[in-house]
Design a protein around this ligand. Sequence first.
Ligand code: AMP
Length: 187
Amino acid sequence: MTGLKSVCVYCGSSNDVKPDYLRLAQDLGRTLAQKNIRLVYGGGGVGLMGACARAVHSDGGEVLGIMPRFLLQKERIFEDVPHEIVDDMHTRKQRMFDESDAFIVLPGGIGTLEEAVEMLSWARLGLHAKPMAFLDEDGFWAPFFELMDHIIDGRFTPEEFRAALVHEHTPEAAIQALCDRVVKLGD
Ligand code: AMP
């Protein structure tokens, strides 16, 4: 297939969301396992994070969790998979970046948004060229894409950056979009 070996997934840690979101996280986990793509994620056992990681693990796939020490209780680390305990959020984010070839952003809250936007801003600054895809089934991320259109239309971010903003609606399509971009970058 492609050079996509390891994908970092950013997603919500809340358990109180609609079951469809947890199911999408699970579907993504199964698809990653089936394609032998390692999941790199924040290490938690809660919310979409836990749903995705458990699905990869139970389908025989590889997972790496990266958890800051101070969140061990709150985000309840998923002990069954390999994980690193790091000192702070910055190190977590850097290690998740280092260990992945590309990113998928599932529905989530402030933390998810912050992680995704930071990676986009690093790409904007030319610090990396790892592709990112936002994944939802119900248009969850549509307001974010509207905001980005607004920002680009206002010329705060160059037109070319639109190509970095990928919105897909199935795990297969999201992974394929990342594969296409990794191949293009490798050309
Ligand atoms: P949320 O989308 O708010 O449920 O958060 C999803 C994940 O992002 C959780 O594991 C948070 O701990 C994590 N997170 C929140 N802020 C940051 C940050 N500044 N750096 C790295 N991870 C973060």
